[in-house]
Design a protein around this ligand. Structure first.
Ligand SMILES: [Zn+2]
Length: 76
């Protein structure tokens, strides 16, 4: 068994040694979902939720394409 401390409550979370990186485990103590970042050393972090519950609004206004300014060249 591999053991790692829950980043949320500090409880020891046990993982199987063949747990694949990227899989998710639930802390039995606080119920937080953790994602396995690496096994050696064992690192976990909060799993990001894939659901549509994100309340942030993405700001895309600052993305501008400046492709025209490099177009000058004397290629003959
Ligand atoms: Zn926990």
């Amino acid at each position: 068994m591999l053991r790692v401390e829950c980043p949320d409550c500090g409880e020891i979370v046990e993982l199987r040694e063949n747990t694949p990186v990227g899989s998710r485990v639930i802390c039995v103590e606080c119920g937080v979902e953790l994602e396995v970042l690496s096994l050696y050393p064992l690192e976990v972090d909060y799993a990001l939720e894939d659901e549509d519950d994100w309340e942030g609004e993405w700001e895309e206004d600052e993305l501008e394409e400046g492709a025209d300014e490099d177009a000058e060249g004397d290629n003959e």
